[in-house]
Design a protein around this ligand. Structure first.
Ligand SMILES: Nc1nc2c(ncn2[C@@H]2O[C@H](COP(=O)(O)OP(=O)(O)OP(=O)(O)O)[C@@H](O)[C@H]2O)c(=O)[nH]1
Ligand SMILES: [Mg+2]
Ligand SMILES: [Zn+2]
Length: 304
């Protein structure tokens, strides 16, 4: 039915300039209104997760007339000839679920720490999933990931093969817009298929496991969940953006470090070598995990 009224919708899929917008009366394939596309830009104008206003066109497609400002977003920086392009992985996420495997591939916890800092900076609540516990056992998994629980991040131990932790993940996702992120091959798609068998997401074949760095999941898409809400199965976020972050600002993005900083002897303490550093004392006393402290120092030094 043709109307020239603006109707609200949610972008659930984006590919090559075409957007699928979910509205109360169904899904509509849309393009951006021409005037929105004008001018130079160094970031996605519209992305999955954006709330938009669309109009119906006579040919049965839709046109995106306006895009609501984003409350927050997961962004990947993509260096291009004209500058660094901000690629929006997911706009307006309610939460980020960071999936890592206990083994195969071995957990890259410095990457997890980096993701957590990005989530803190963007104000996105984070959940951690330790998948493939069948490969190491629960005890070993807890040795690897257990220190994240006291930091306030919900931590789920899961196995997409046996279904362990899947019900809890399903509950965590219900009613929210979530991004599932993590390195390639950790089992993000497998877990989502277990959460909702109808999804049928592509999972890497065992004999393709040697194709390192190649992602099985590529399209940016939000999948509706039976329990309400949506989930995006995003490709691994190796280069998730952490830009414009001042070194001191990092203090606030480590929940266990932030409350210690006022107790350092020097107000400009870098928590490295200064006398009277409350952060170092806490590391020495076993109250701050040495790996987290190491991640902190590396991020502070501007390392990837
Ligand atoms: N042993 C074991 N293997 C798993 C588990 N979950 C997933 N796998 C296997 O791990 C491999 C990668 O799984 P995917 O679900 O494709 O991983 P992904 O995180 O979606 O990977 P990308 O899409 O490339 O980012 C597949 O061979 C899965 O069968 C698990 O809990 N235990
Ligand atoms: Mg995948
Ligand atoms: Zn200090």
């Amino acid at each position: 039915m043709y109307t020239d009224r603006n109707i609200p919708g949610l972008i659930v899929r984006a590919q090559s300039g075409f957007f699928i917008v979910q509205t109360a009366s169904g899904a509509l394939t849309c393009q951006l209104r021409g005037r929105l596309r004008q001018g130079p830009r160094l970031g996605d104008l519209a992305a999955v997760g954006d709330r938009v206003q669309v109009t119906h066109q006579l040919d049965g497609t839709g046109s995106i007339e306006s895009i609501e400002p984003r409350s927050r977003s997961l962004v990947r920086l993509d260096p291009r000839p004209k500058g660094i392009y901000q690629q929006v992985i997911l706009a307006n996420p309610d939460q980020a679920v960071f999936v890592f495997a206990c083994a195969s591939p071995a957990p890259h916890l410095r990457m997890l720490d980096r993701f957590l800092v990005i989530a803190e900076k963007q104000g996105i609540p984070a959940v951690i999933v330790a998948n493939k516990i069948d490969l190491v056992g629960r005890r070993r998994a807890e040795e690897m990931f257990g220190h994240y629980t006291p930091l306030g991040y919900p931590l789920l131990y899961a196995c997409a093969k046996t279904g362990q932790g899947v019900a809890e993940l399903r509950e965590r996702l219900a009613g929210k817009v979530s991004a599932l992120s993590g390195p390639s091959g950790v089992g993000k798609s497998s877990l989502l298929n277990a959460v909702q068998p109808g999804l049928g997401l592509a999972v890497r074949e065992v004999n393709q496991a040697t194709h390192k760095g190649r992602h099985t999941t590529n399209v940016r898409q939000l999948f509706p969940l039976e329990g309400g809400g949506y989930v995006a199965d995003t490709p691994g976020l190796r280069s998730l953006a952490l830009w414009d972050t001042e070194p001191q600002e990092l203090d606030g993005y480590f929940p266990e470090i932030a409350p210690l900083v006022p107790h350092c002897q020097f107000s400009d303490c870098t928590h490295k070598n200064e006398p009277g550093c409350a952060v170092r004392s806490a590391v020495e006393a076993g109250k701050v995990h040495p790996q987290r402290y190491d991640s902190y120092l590396r991020l502070r030094a501007g390392e990837e």
